[in-house]
Structure formats: structure tokens, C-alpha cells
Design a protein around this ligand. Structure first.
Ligand code: SR1
Ligand code: MG
Length: 419
């Protein structure tokens, strides 16, 4: 019988000893005697180390058996590391070059070794610092179209698809966290929640808002019941690394089958929240206004490129269970095929708008807040920024069917910024 050493968390001073015998490490970065190890994890869940050696550097990520953000009182399965690895492999194949290269995986120790991305920084930090990433919008729009389309019934055959659906159904614990943290906790008095004290009245209003709670429930039903594709499952700006000419997607442990609009809405919401946070992050002048417009333009680029690339894939790669060629193209019914495409894109957009509204609530009222708002030290200013984001989030969630185009979200944001 195969035996493993018991799981043990890595430490900066034990890592070289533990991983120094791996050819996947030494061939890439040189002998362990020369490694410099630094723990840099600042996310909610995992340990993350940069290991620099004589001939290169890598990132080592290890899951902890609990949620780092809360501590050992919230145990969490190490299996998430396996699901993340499986998801990263698939997402990387579906949009080559958009994820870090993976070098090594140890399921028992929940350790992954991957490419050290340089000079990339976490996109969220870049947006807080006022950095611009000129190619990010196009690259993420294409990433979304490729991964969401190629993981779906439009592109996969029955055997592949059912096997993947069954595999990722096993990521039950993290999927359950998303169900609770996004769609339920923020809308009632849950012990895990917190919010800015100056938002007490707003929070009371939200918890009495039947239409908003109904929207949250409908969107939760959509998230739980629509297995359209393999999602990244946590695609916020902290799960993206960017530099001037490259953008990479990381951190896929929340991967699950779900509706395509979920990844899109999560990402757009985080860009829109970055806009709402700007007055708290830098003086409100011409440059700051131009920067907000750049973020809004980037959000629009993401959606527009998504539609363009999704349309291309629809026309060229629709070979899966829902290929539909028998229904349309055999009869030269190109119009029927395009109608099906348009209806698909309309549905994805409506979902994305709704999920964006929910993400904006959960990042201000739930467990997992975002540093854009958290670092605003002036409490009144912070509450003002958060309040505007919540107002936008409510409109997006409740009125998700009325946004015919992404430009209308820009109008909504401009109106709320002026209030
Ligand atoms: C306990 S996990 C809290 C949040 O952190 C992750 O990054 C996900 O966004 C999750 O919802
Ligand atoms: Mg993460």
C-alpha cells in the first residue's frame, strides 16, 4: 500500500528541506542550498511562497486545512488544491498562455509549484495604485470567451462533458462557500458578516428589501442550477496578475460548473467597485477622473471582446453536444443559428449584470471584503464610496433585465458618482 508522510504546512525555513529533492524544482531554479524563500500569501485561504534559486524562481502554493482569513475554527478541505489544479489545467488548455505554467503537484500535501510571473502584479493592487494595463481588457475578454465556450456543451462531447461535470461536482465544499457567501449571508444578519459602522442604516434597509432578496435568491438558483460551463469561480481582480503587455489568471480553487455570466459578472463588479473606491484612494482631480474612465473603458472592452470572440468560436468551434448544425446549417439557415447565438449572449449578459450586483453586496457586507474600500481611512468617505457601490449593485441585481448594453452601466455609475 502506498504511504504518504502526513500533511504538513510549509514554512519559509522548511521549504528547501522539503522540496529540495524535486527535479521539477532543481532543474528549474538550481540546488536547494541556494534557495531564498519568502512567504507572500495575502489571500483568504492559502500559503504562497516565492522561491528564488541560482537559475530562476518559482511560486509554491499550498492549501491550509482551514480558511486563513478566519483561522483554524473554519476547517477547509485540502481537496480544493486538487480541484484547483484540475481547473488550471483545463483553463490553461482552453486559452493557452493566459494562466501560469504548472510544474508540479502533490495532492497529499496540497502543494502546487508554478511559474513565478514577473513583472506582473496583482491587478487589484495595480488598480488601487492607479496603474494602467493597456492589453488587459482584450486579453481577459478573450480568456472569458475561450474558457467559457470551450468548457460548455457547445464545444464538448457527451463523454468529456459528463466526466468533467462529475469531477467538479466533488468541489462541494468551496462551491457551498460561494453559495452562502455571495447569495445568502450579505442579505441577512449572519455572524460572519461585517460592514462599515456608518452603513448601519443602509444595511438595515438592504435586509428589509424584499425585491433585492428575491433577486439574490433567483441568482442563487441560477448559480446552483445552471451547469453551463466550467467556471473559474472566483474571478475577481485579486485572482488576476497583470503587467504592461500580459495578463494571467490565477487561483481557481472555487472552480465549479455554473452559468457563464458568473465569471464575467464577478470580474466586471470588481472593476466597477474599483471605480467607486477611487475618491477614497486619491485626490479627485482631472487625472483621477481620467483613470476612472479608463477602468470603465476596460470593463467595456472585456465585454465587447468577449462577444466578438464568443461569436467567432460559435461560428467555428460549435462541435459539441449543442452543436445544432443539424438544426440550422444543413438547411442553410444561418439566420436561425445567429438568432440562437444572440439569445445566448443576451442571457449571459443578463446573468453577468445580476451576478455583478450580488458581488458588490457581498464585498461590502459579507465576510470577504476588498482592500479598495478597507484601506480608506476616512470612515465617512469610505461609507460614501461603499454606499454608492451598494446602490449600483442593487440596480444591477434587481433590474438586471433592463441593461440592454454595457454603456448603460457607465451611465448608472456616473449618476451615482454625482450624488
Ligand atoms: C472563506 S473564503 C472567502 C472568499 O475568499 C476567496 O477569495 C473567495 O472570494 C471567497 O468567497
Ligand atoms: Mg483566491
Amino acid at each position: 500500500m502506498l504511504t504518504h508522510s502526513p500533511y504538513e504546512p510549509l514554512h519559509a525555513n522548511t521549504l528547501a528541506n522539503r522540496l529540495g529533492g524535486l527535479p521539477e524544482m532543481t532543474e528549474r531554479i538550481g540546488p536547494a542550498t541556494q534557495w531564498r524563500v519568502c512567504e507572500i500569501g495575502d489571500g483568504n485561504l492559502n500559503l504562497v511562497f516565492i522561491v528564488e534559486g541560482a537559475t530562476g524562481s518559482v511560486v509554491v502554493k499550498q492549501a491550509l486545512p482551514y480558511a486563513r482569513v478566519v483561522g483554524e475554527s473554519w476547517p477547509m478541505s485540502l481537496d480544493r488544491s486538487f480541484f484547483e489544479h484540475e481547473a488550471l489545467l483545463r483553463l490553461g488548455r482552453r486559452d493557452p498562455g493566459r494562466l501560469p505554467q504548472l510544474y508540479y503537484f502533490d495532492r497529499h500535501q496540497a502543494i502546487q509549484v508554478m511559474e513565478h510571473l514577473r513583472p506582473h502584479i496583482i491587478l487589484r493592487k495595480g488598480l488601487m495604485a492607479g496603474d494602467r494595463f493597456p492589453l488587459m481588457g482584450e486579453q481577459l475578454g478573450r480568456y472569458l470567451a475561450r474558457t467559457l465556450f470551450r468548457g460548455s456543451d457547445w464545444a464538448m462531447n457527451t463523454a468529456q462533458r459528463k466526466a468533467d461535470l462529475a469531477l467538479f461536482a466533488g468541489n462541494v465544499e468551496l462551491c457551498g462557500i460561494t453559495e452562502d457567501l455571495f447569495f445568502t449571508d450579505p442579505f441577512h444578519d449572519c455572524a460572519r458578516n461585517s460592514h462599515s459602522p456608518a452603513l448601519d442604516r443602509t444595511v438595515a434597509t438592504i435586509r428589509a428589501d424584499r425585491d433585492l432578496k428575491l433577486a439574490a435568491l433567483e441568482l442563487k438558483a441560477r448559480f446552483c442550477g445552471s451547469a453551463q460551463t466550467l467556471l473559474h469561480g472566483d474571478l475577481h481582480t485579486g485572482s488576476i496578475m497583470a503587467c504592461a503587455d500580459d495578463t494571467r489568471v490565477i487561483d481557481a480553487e472555487f472552480a465549479t460548473y455554473g452559468p457563464m455570466g458568473f465569471d464575467i459578472g464577478s470580474l466586471l463588479a470588481n472593476l466597477w467597485m474599483a471605480v467607486f473606491a477611487q475618491p477614497g484612494l486619491r485626490p479627485d482631480n482631472e487625472e483621477a477622473r481620467a483613470y476612472r474612465l479608463w477602468i470603465l473603458d476596460t470593463a467595456e472592452t472585456i465585454w465587447n471582446i468577449f462577444v466578438e470572440e464568443f461569436t467567432r468560436l460559435w461560428r467555428c468551434e460549435r462541435n459539441g453536444i449543442l452543436g445544432g448544425r443539424e438544426l440550422f446549417e444543413d438547411q442553410a439557415d444561418a439566420v436561425g443559428s445567429e438568432l440562437a447565438l444572440n439569445s445566448m449572449i443576451d442571457g449571459i449578459w443578463r446573468d453577468a449584470v445580476g451576478f455583478a450586483g450580488i458581488e458588490m453586496h457581498r464585498r461590502i457586507l459579507g465576510l470577504a471584503h476588498i482592500p479598495e474600500f478597507e484601506t480608506i481611512t476616512d470612515e465617512a468617505l469610505r461609507a460614501c464610496c461603499e454606499h454608492r457601490a451598494l446602490r449600483a449593485g442593487r440596480v444591477l441585481a434587481v433590474e438586471r433585465g433592463r441593461f440592454a448594453a454595457i454603456g448603460q452601466v457607465r451611465t448608472l455609475i456616473a449618476r451615482l458618482e454625482g450624488d
